[in-house]
Design a binder for this molecule. Structure first.
Ligand SMILES: Cc1cc2nc3c(=O)[nH]c(=O)nc-3n(C[C@H](O)[C@H](O)[C@H](O)COP(=O)(O)OP(=O)(O)OC[C@H]3O[C@@H](n4cnc5c(N)ncnc54)[C@H](O)[C@@H]3O)c2cc1C
Length: 408
């Protein structure tokens, strides 16, 4: 009998794990709560252009795993339009410049803390003091109000959340992944041609017979031999090992041996990112723009025929447009997907609150100690959490650990 692994969630992490396990001659079942693959990569066609409701950008100089996956799948990348970014604050319409000398000096200050971060651990004794609200952390760094405000606007593009709510440790981890703070703020982005969801579709193509759609897992129990997976219809599925890749914000809805109380509580509290994309038909071409307080940004799609605003779910499209000083019509007909209200996501990309790094570190340790029942979504990966790159890293590490456990 081949070693049988059940993977929960058919986003990029779950599909990566399934793809690799098949290469190791394991038999797999992929259980997906929704009716499609891709999870938070979700491309929709609108008229003649594509609109990304979820992930959209990657950084080819930094996201090596994703680049390799695109090459393997034969998917080309696409450059972004080179337009000057406008940052908008109370004094609307100033030109942002991440390499301004004062911002560069602030970046160098922050880099002394970035250097303390161990990319393989969520939190260590050396970085525990960084686990506090980002505004509190930033206040201790010398710079003018304008520079602080401009810096917050730029970082908002990485975190999509309120800087009073997200942990400095989470954002500094992002900077660490890019190498330095300035590298994070100036990194060149690309899109996946044909839409971000192409990656998931390509990974899923040979796996389709093994994917069970519209089946939500509610529990994973240890059994005499291996595990028993229980679905929302009370069906019981046996497996030698389980890889759980559901989003952090929904983890508490699935009982499994590693769901310790602090983790369940942190998942219930959700991470801080409540971003929602609203796609609209702009009357004129406009420059990309970002704003802080509240964090929001807007840009044109690659064909310049649709615009997108990203702002917190609870901010209306019209409010966000006014805040960004956008020359557009009312947003009533904007096309959108609420990740907050989506029961299979319950939030956008991972942006941790203070205190959550501790439970993620415990969870990571638990997954390392229990290679036959791991949690391995992109949200819980200490490598590039909140990015597609992190989802690929998580799926890959889980399979490496599992295969090692079967050969020892
Ligand atoms: C608005 C937005 C913008 C983003 N922008 C970018 C970006 O520009 N670049 C970037 O790299 N990343 C971006 N991301 C983040 C990126 O999409 C995620 O980090 C990545 O897709 C996570 O992959 P995953 O497989 O870990 O999780 P998911 O994609 O969330 O997959 C998890 C899967 O599990 C399923 N599931 C959930 N619960 C259950 C259950 N109980 N039983 C069975 N199935 C279940 C879900 O339906 C889903 O298919 C963005 C995300 C959002 C929401």
């Amino acid at each position: 009998m081949p070693f049988h692994v059940t993977i929960i969630g058919a986003g990029v992490a779950g599909l990566t794990a399934a793809h690799l396990l098949q290469q190791h001659n394991c038999s797999i079942t992929l259980i997906e709560g929704g009716n499609r693959v891709g999870g938070r990569t979700f491309t929709r066609q609108h008229e003649r252009h594509l609109e990304e409701q979820g992930a959209e950008f990657f950084h080819p100089a930094h996201h090596h795993r994703l680049r390799a996956a695109l090459e393997e799948s034969g998917l080309p990348a696409q450059d972004l339009k080179d337009l000057a970014t406008l940052w908008v604050s109370a004094g609307k319409g100033k030109l942002g410049d991440p390499v301004h000398p004062e911002i560069k000096a602030l970046c160098r200050h922050i880099d002394t803390d970035v250097a303390l971060i161990n990319p393989h651990r969520w939190i260590t004794p050396e970085t525990a003091h960084l686990d506090r609200p980002f505004t509190e952390y930033l206040a201790k760094h010398p710079a003018s109000d304008t520079v602080h405000s401009e810096f917050l606007a730029w970082t908002g593009t990485l975190t999509g959340a309120d800087p009073q709510e997200f942990s400095a440790l989470g954002l500094l981890r992002d900077f660490k992944m890019f190498g330095t703070t300035e590298a994070a703020l100036t990194a060149v982005e690309q899109r996946i041609a044909g839409g971000t969801m192409q990656l998931a579709l390509s990974l899923a193509k040979p796996l389709m017979p093994q994917i069970r759609f519209e089946t939500r897992v509610v529990a994973v129990h240890e059994a005499v031999a291996g595990f028993e997976i229980i679905t929302h219809t009370d069906e019981r599925i046996s497996a030698d090992a389980v890889i759980i890749t559901v989003p952090f914000n929904t983890l508490h809805q699935c009982q499994f041996p590693g769901l310790f109380p602090a983790l369940a509580q942190a998942s219930r509290n959700r991470h801080t990112n409540r971003s929602r994309k609203r796609w609209f038909d702009p009357e004129t071409i406009f420059n990309p723009r970002i704003a802080t307080d509240p964090t929001s940004l807007s840009y044109l799609d690659v064909t310049a025929s649709a615009g997108c605003i990203i702002a917190a779910d609870e901010i209306s499209g019209d409010q966000a447009a006014a805040h960004l000083d956008l020359p557009i019509a009312p947003m009533a007909s904007a096309r959108s997907h609420s990740w907050q209200d989506d029961p299979l996501a319950a939030g956008a990309w991972m942006t941790i609150r203070p205190g959550q790094a501790l439970v993620l570190d415990d969870l990571q340790r638990w997954s390392i100690q229990n290679p036959r029942c791991q949690v391995a979504g992109g949200d819980v990966s200490p490598i590039w959490p909140g990015w597609i790159e992190g989802a690929i890293a998580a799926g890959t590490s889980a399979v490496t650990r599992l295969i090692q456990s079967t050969t020892h």
